[in-house]
Every structure is written in C-alpha cells, then in structure tokens.
Design a protein. Sequence first.
Length: 214
Amino acid sequence: MSSSLRRGVLAAAAIAFSVTALSACAAGTDAQTLEVKPDNAETSVGGIRLQNVVVITQPATEASGETKGPAVVSATVFNTTGTAQTLDAVSIEGGGSAEITPAKGRGKVTVPAHGSVILGGKGNASAAVAEIGESVKDGNAQKVTFTFSTTGDVSLRAFVVPADSYFTKWGPTAVPSAPQTSPKPTGSATPSGSVTPTDAASASATATESAASH
C-alpha cells in the first residue's frame, strides 16, 4: 500500500471512529451507524455486537509505515442477551493474543446481560498486545477475533492506526521501557577477580597468624 493511500485510510478511520462513536451514544445499541468498510469495523453474532473496533499502535515515528511494539484493541462490546458473558480472548491475525484486563480489579472482563463494555481508553477495560507481528501495519485492515464464553468466536476486520491525533487517548498507555544496553555492571566498574581492601587485609592477617603459630 502506498504512503498516500495509507494516509487516506488512516484519515477515513479517524472520521469513521469519531462519527460512529457519537451515533452510538445518541441512539444506543440499535443505532444504524455509518458502515465504513473494511468488512466492517462492526459486526454481530448471536446476541453479541461489536462496534468501533480499531487496532491502535504506538504513535508513528517513521514515514515507512513500519509498526512495532505494543498495540491495543479498542472496541465497544454489546450483549443483547439475558445472560452475562465473559470475554475470554482477543487476538489479532499476525499480531498475537491480547492480555485482557478489566476496568477494576482482576479476573475476566464480563459483558453484563443487556449491557456493554468499552475496551480501550482511561478507566475502561483493556485488550493489549505486548509485541505485534511485522504483518500488522498502520493503514491495514487486520482480522481481529473476540472469543466469548457462550457465543464463541466473533471475527471482523479492523483498521490499524497509530495513536496520533484523535486516537492518542485510546492508544497503548503502558509502553514497555526500552531494553537497557548495559543491564549489568561492566568489567571496568566492578573488576572481575579483584579483591577488596578488606579481603586483602583479612588474608594478610590470617597468613601472619598462621606463620606465628608455627
């Protein structure tokens, strides 16, 4: 995908995400929001509906479109059934499985009966991938699969966008620290095999006492 086309896709994703979010808030789970493909950023299976699904990577640092490091899956999950379901897994094709964390406490993320859960953003549940694969690039439409306790797998394709501009508040919030170049003291800082003055003095005193006893 060319860089100009990729930028166009990212811009379209930002517009679709913001307008769809506003429409959903205004009209609830039955809102007929803008259906901006890729195939689409929303889908329904059984009583589970996914809306506003986006894969958000770290802020773009290179024009090449190369994507590295952590990413999060942002989405709104609706459960229109009368039974609560747990979100057991979220995976990105070519990008690995996400660690799912509830908004509060520990354990699984539960989507209540006739309720909803938001993934991504401050104070919400999260689905974060520590290191995405090379095939996941900004501007792509990547297959994302959500696995629920009763409904099972629900898959769709979602835009991959960097955490820039509108998506800043939804992107990865706990970016892992860069690997330390010198995780251990160097040989010059702590000479290998050398003894401390205290050790030398103790050894000398021991030798003197031993000689005197003979």
